[in-house]
Write a protein that binds this ligand. Structure first.
Ligand SMILES: NC(=O)c1ccc[n+]([C@@H]2O[C@H](COP(=O)([O-])OP(=O)(O)OC[C@H]3O[C@@H](n4cnc5c(N)ncnc54)[C@H](O)[C@@H]3O)[C@@H](O)[C@H]2O)c1
Length: 258
């Protein structure tokens, strides 16, 4: 067995779109710590790129499709995943979506369809995955999802995604309660703003970066690698007493009132 916090562990990271994806930073950090990995991507359009990214990791990694937008698609994806990895030690959920129109104007204008879509893809997908992953997970297994401060406080333009993140963080607590007796842990990382594909959909994202850079205790923004490292910690034995928590990796911005 190799060295590292996740040596000999099998994990899966959901939501790799490209090299900037937080999911990929998590995969890189886990791979560097000795994990065997499956990376998943939404659909065929992303296959080639993600296969290349999986091959570029230091450890073993496979890339498989996983669309979370229907139970049928999820069941098909999970069948292929279980074939490749019948037992899992950790899983990272790094998936969110809201229509661009919902992330521009006022929250007051949120549409019914936009609300449902954001919650289905960004929040329900964690529950749907937890249902399917729990039976595959070894005792001590860990599930980590990605959240943002906009789920707790108002961040202009984050709108319906903030409400979806509030629901996601609550789902983390309820899942932690249900899965705890099976020896499984569920936590969220609340990341500071990072330039990714998903972030590009948020109006005035540059302002979020600028405010983070000037007003965080550390006076800088975070790198995706820092989110990856914290995620590895939550997936590792070192975090065996931690479940139902939200861990901020945001250069401390959440503690300020500036
Ligand atoms: N970038 C930031 O500033 C930031 C900050 C805090 C939290 N987050 C969260 O981190 C997570 C990852 O986002 P990111 O910033 O790395 O952007 P990203 O665009 O790289 O990742 C989002 C992923 O969601 C996937 N996805 C969307 N719809 C899907 C579907 N139906 N089925 C399967 N996958 C689907 C996309 O394919 C993509 O891989 C999200 O939950 C996001 O809200 C991001």
């Amino acid at each position: 067995m190799g060295h590292g916090l996740l040596a000999g562990r099998q994990g899966i990271v959901f939501g790799v779109a490209n090299k900037r994806s937080i999911a990929y930073a998590c995969a890189r950090a886990a791979s560097e710590q000795g994990a065997r990995l499956i990376l998943t991507y939404q659909g065929e359009r992303l296959r080639e790129g993600v296969e290349e990214l999986a091959a570029a990791l230091p450890g073993e990694a496979l890339a498989l499709p996983c669309d979370v937008s229907s139970d049928a698609a999820l069941d098909a994806a999970m069948a292929a995943i279980a074939e490749q990895a019948p037992r899992l030690d950790f899983a990272v959920h790094s998936i969110a979506f809201a229509e661009k129109a919902e992330l521009e104007g006022e929250f007051l204008d949120t549409s019914r369809a936009g609300f449902l879509k954001a919650h289905e893809i960004s929040t329900y997908s964690l529950i749907a995955l937890a249902q399917r992953l729990a039976p595959l997970m070894n005792e001590g297994g860990s599930l980590v999802t990605m959240s943002y401060l906009g789920g707790e406080r108002v961040v202009p333009h984050y709108n319906v995604m903030g409400v979806a993140k509030a629901a996601l963080e609550s789902a983390v607590r309820y899942l932690a309660y249900d899965l705890g007796p099976r020896g499984l842990r569920v936590n969220a990382v609340s990341a500071g703003p990072i330039r990714t594909l998903a972030a590009a959909g948020i109006a005035n994202f540059s302002d979020m970066l600028e405010i983070g850079r000037t007003r965080s205790p550390l006076r800088r923004n975070v790198e995706a690698s820092e989110v990856g490292d914290a995620t590895v910690f939550l997936c590792s034995e070192l975090a065996r007493g931690i479940t139902g928590s939200v861990l901020f990796v945001d250069a401390g911005f959440h503690c300020t009132a500036l």
